[in-house]
Design a protein around this ligand. Structure first.
Ligand code: KIV
Ligand code: ZN
Length: 516
């Protein structure tokens, strides 16, 4: 794929003056710090799904969890450690025998051992002296190394720790065998310049790779992570969609794309899998990604104003720093009061409608009028307006029809679904399991479609239209074909599973309609 990147020359110019690492390792903590997001709690099966996706994405390290904390965590970390993934599998442990033993018993490659080092934490959290903390850190780094695993050591609250003591601790754990040291900005309380200074101060004393772990309390997690890399940090700890304690961690997708496009740093990440990774984590956690979220949000490549839309139609680099395909996303020309004729024409073409000059002008006028009334103009609205102006539009043929769907689920059984579809008049039956009934039903449809279509589910969104337990469920799906074309479809029913099935089938029919 051609990589169309259109970033500022000034960014590249100043980074040439820095001693940047040739390669930066991506340490993903979605399943550990991300699992500490208020309202999020991954099951072991969900963790395994996410770990497999992170491995496909190409992260260097997967922090799978905190084994000492529960039976489910131990199962999750063991499942991931035994899954034969390419990434290094890591688990969190305090410098306590039980923590380290439990983590190692899960079959991990690396123990991430942490202890607080700031005087504030020593006094109020640990109630220990500096000497005691140092001794305990060294003892358990040595202990873990003796068991044959790698060790990454974190000095919690490092960015508020007195520098000489911080250097002393890091040097001691490196002498004890630590393979990497991590510098956590635990409460997101440093500036990019402060982080640059701190890493620059540590660098001459530390002979192993330096990692950073930035929280987003002041919205600076990504900027602080990049500043650490500018000062020579060779690894960044990140989480998909910026999940994590409180305001979260540095977002994986933002750090990755900044390192790649603004600094030209080599990573192992297959960036075209970023959006589907974000979607999977959004679906499993129920933590909605804000539409205006950088890189993976719905609006990340959506253009509203006529000037912008015209620009990207002429040459995408005019209003995009890189092409959406690079991150597995797609460009969208949002319609509303600021829309110009070019966008309307392009959107009409994408739904197979041709309009002459006069019709196009009238459709554009009606789109703007709807926008002026404060309405978001959807594809359905556009079809209706076009139908009104042009006359009857070609009907969407139904290649696939749902004949029957059955789902079994419960607290002690794996959700399973069977579907009977008619595909161009031929019946196909298939069944599949999933993490929930919706997942199982969608998997069964995909299994029934088999080789006929290789559509990928890019987005799944559920809304309750009315209140109460009998609310109407509106499911929106976005399917993507092998050429990156996206098909949006909806299903509305009282039953979430049926609404999801309808949305999938409608999307598949759209795909076939677009191929004629
Ligand atoms: O924020 C933090 O300090 C942490 C450590 C365990 C690395 O999450
Ligand atoms: Zn953290």
């Amino acid at each position: 794929m051609q990589e169309n990147i259109f970033v500022s020359d000034y960014a590249r110019l100043v980074s040439q003056e820095l001693k940047l690492p040739k390669r930066v390792r991506i340490f993903d903590t979605t399943l550990r710090d991300g699992d500490q997001t208020p309202g999020v709690s991954f099951t072991p099966e969900q963790k395994l799904l996410v770990a497999r996706q992170l491995d496909r994405l190409g992260v260097d390290v997967i922090e799978a969890g905190t084994p000492v904390s529960s039976e489910g965590e131990r199962r999750a970390v063991s499942l991931i450690a035994k899954a034969g993934l390419k990434a290094e599998i890591c688990a969190l442990a305090r410098p306590i025998k039980e923590d380290v033993d439990t983590a190692i018993a899960c079959g991990i490659d690396c123990a991430h051992i942490f202890i607080s080092t700031s005087d504030l934490h020593l006094k109020h959290v640990l109630k220990m002296s500096r000497e005691q903390v140092l001794k305990q850190a060294v003892k358990f780094v040595e202990y873990a190394k003796d068991q044959g695993v790698k060790v990454e050591f974190s000095a919690m609250d490092a960015t508020r720790t007195e520098l000489n003591y911080l250097i002393e601790v890091y040097k001691a754990v490196v002498d004890a065998g630590a393979d990497r040291i991590n510098v956590p900005d635990t409460i997101g309380a440093i500036t990019p310049r402060g982080m640059y200074y701190l890493i620059s101060q540590l660098k001459p004393h530390i002979k192993v790779p330096i990692s950073v772990h930035c929280h987003d309390d002041l919205g600076l997690a990504v900027a602080n992570s990049l500043a650490a890399v500018e000062a020579g940090a060779e690894q960044v700890q990140v989480a998909v969609n910026g999940l994590g304690e409180r305001a979260g961690n540095a977002s994986l997708e933002e750090v990755v794309m900044a390192l790649k496009t603004l600094y030209g740093i080599k990573l192992r990440i297959k960036t075209r899998l970023l959006t589907e990774t974000s979607d999977l984590v959004e679906r499993l956690t129920g933590m909605a990604v804000p539409p205006n979220k950088a890189i993976v949000g719905d609006n990340a490549f959506a253009h509203v104003s006529g000037i912008h839309a015209h620009g990207v139609i002429e040459f995408p680099g005019t209003y995009e720093p890189f092409s959406p395909e690079l991150v597995g996303h797609h460009r969208r020309l949002a319609l509303g009061k600021l829309t110009g004729r070019h966008s309307v024409e392009k959107q009409l073409r994408s739904i197979g409608v041709k309009a002459n000059k006069r019709q196009l002008a009238e459709i554009t006028r009606q789109v703007k009028a709807l926008g002026d009334k404060g309405k978001q103009v959807t594809e359905v609205d556009l079809r209706a307006i076009a139908e009104n102006v042009i006359g009857a539009l070609p009907k969407e043929e139904k290649v696939v029809e749902l004949k029957e769907v059955t789902v079994t689920t419960g607290s002690t059984i794996t959700p399973t679904a069977s579907v009977r579809l008619s595909i161009r008049g031929q019946e196909r039956v298939s069944s599949a399991t999933g993490v929930g009934p919706v997942d199982a039903a969608i998997a069964a449809i995909r299994a029934a479609m088999g080789e006929i279509s290789k559509l990928k589910l890019k987005k799944y969104h559920l809304d309750a239209i009315t209140g109460g337990s009998d609310a109407l469920a509106e499911v929106t799906v976005e399917l993507e074909d092998e050429h990156g074309n996206v098909y949006l479809a909806k299903g509305i029913r009282e039953d979430v599973v049926l609404a999801s099935v309808d949305a999938m089938i409608n999307g598949i029919n759209r795909y076939f309609a677009g191929r004629k």
